[in-house]
Design a protein around this ligand. Structure first.
Ligand SMILES: NC(=O)c1ccc[n+]([C@@H]2O[C@H](COP(=O)([O-])OP(=O)(O)OC[C@H]3O[C@@H](n4cnc5c(N)ncnc54)[C@H](OP(=O)(O)O)[C@@H]3O)[C@@H](O)[C@H]2O)c1
Length: 342
């Protein structure tokens, strides 16, 4: 049996607790899949005395990032803190210290992707990010592995569960935007400040990651057409329904000759098509490849265990040695596309 593969978690909130739970409770299953034991070596948090959803042995909880960076036995640092300041520094330092990085942080990769992927390349380490787009849906591995033979022509997705929950409530129950938002907040599908979810920014971050992967462009949100769902009224929803359509917040990247169109906006989707049927807080992605045609993936786009599923799949890929090959072939640090963003 090989040496254990050692994991340091940064953050033990919603997603971190799910990852810790999987690593501690599914030891045999994950060990078999990875071909070696996955060992949770450190868990870094802000408040070590907080009561958590998962019980972490006290001796592995820390508030000191340097302790993790100095521990030469740590193979991978899993960034589940969120934000773009502390997390950026922690990811760059981890790569410089010779650790691989797994992250679910779409804002971080959308804003600092080029710097982070270049640092990984320079340090001969990898950054894996399956959980950063569409939570539990394996869209990154679909694009990098299963669809590798294709030139991607378009990607269309429902990439934000909060806005999809609100639009579903407006469509099915006739609620106005404010009532649907309040309901989403009461049920835990929306933050107290939902701005990034409802104005399209969160979906734009995810679209930027997919565009880098599929089209090799560095697409900041300000290069996209961005429009949120806040202005939609019950009348808009009703008129759409009368014409046989529903409104969905669609993130779309589309290749048109030498141009790449990128946009996030409320879009009329014909009833009876796969995207129209995605209700509640679920996510879905439809990819068109030149060889395969249309491929459709759907499922939970967020939440503790669905997101942990994607994070742990990255850790297994790293432990097996697969992720290193995939990362080399993805060349995420090169955004050398000749496509112009329109
Ligand atoms: N939640 C989801 O369903 C979901 C889905 C997909 C992707 N993501 C992404 O996953 C990441 C984590 O999200 P989350 O919902 O799990 O966040 P969360 O519940 O707010 O947890 C954040 C964790 O980070 C710790 N933390 C925050 N600032 C810190 C600092 N300066 N130093 C040390 N620790 C710090 C917190 O420590 P304390 O607990 O001690 O306060 C907490 O454990 C984000 O990038 C998010 O966008 C989340």
């Amino acid at each position: 049996m090989q040496e254990p593969f050692s994991v340091a978690l940064l953050g033990c909130g919603t997603v971190g607790a799910g990852v810790a739970q999987l690593l501690m409770q599914q030891v045999d299953r994950l060990g078999n899949r990875a071909g070696r034991a996955l060992q949770l070596k450190h868990v870094l948090v802000r408040d070590p005395n907080k009561v958590r959803d998962v019980s972490i042995p006290h001796n592995i909880v820390t508030t000191d990032l340097n302790l993790i960076l100095r521990d030469s036995s740590v193979d991978v640092v899993v960034e589940l803190v969120g934000g773009t300041t502390w997390a950026r520094d922690a990811v760059i330092q981890s790569l410089k210290a010779g650790k691989h990085v797994v992250t679910a942080n779409k804002a971080l990769l959308a804003q600092h992707g080029t710097e982070i992927f270049r640092q990984a390349h320079e340090s001969n380490r990898i950054v894996a990010f399956e959980a950063s787009v569409a939570g539990g849906i394996p869209i990154i591995s679909a694009l990098t592995q299963g669809l590798a033979a294709n030139e991607i022509q378009s990607i269309q997705g429902i990439l934000n569960g909060t806005s999809n929950y609100i639009l579903t409530a407006m469509t099915e129950h006739g609620h106005d935007y404010q009532t649907a938002l309040k309901e989403a907040q009461q049920l835990g599908f929306a933050e107290s400040d939902p701005t990034l979810d409802v104005d399209g920014s969160d979906a734009a971050h995810k679209l930027a990651i997919l565009a880098r992967l599929a089209f090799r462009v560095d697409a900041a949100s300000d290069q996209m057409f961005l429009s949120g769902i806040q202005e939609l009224t019950p009348l808009d929803i009703r008129l759409a329904a009368e014409l046989g359509y529903v409104f969905k917040l669609i993130a779309e990247a589309r290749r048109i000759n030498q141009r790449l169109s990128l946009q996030v906006s409320p879009t009329l989707v014909r009833r009876g098509t796969p995207l129209a049927d995605i209700g509640g807080a679920n996510n879905a992605v439809q990819i068109r490849g030149d060889a395969v045609g249309d491929v459709f993936l759907s499922g939970a786009g967020a939440g503790m265990m669905p997101t942990a599923s994607a994070v742990v799949s990255d850790i297994i890929d790293l432990a097996v040695g697969r992720a290193q090959h995939t990362f080399d072939s993805m060349r995420m640090w090169d955004t050398d596309s000749t496509l112009s963003i329109a």
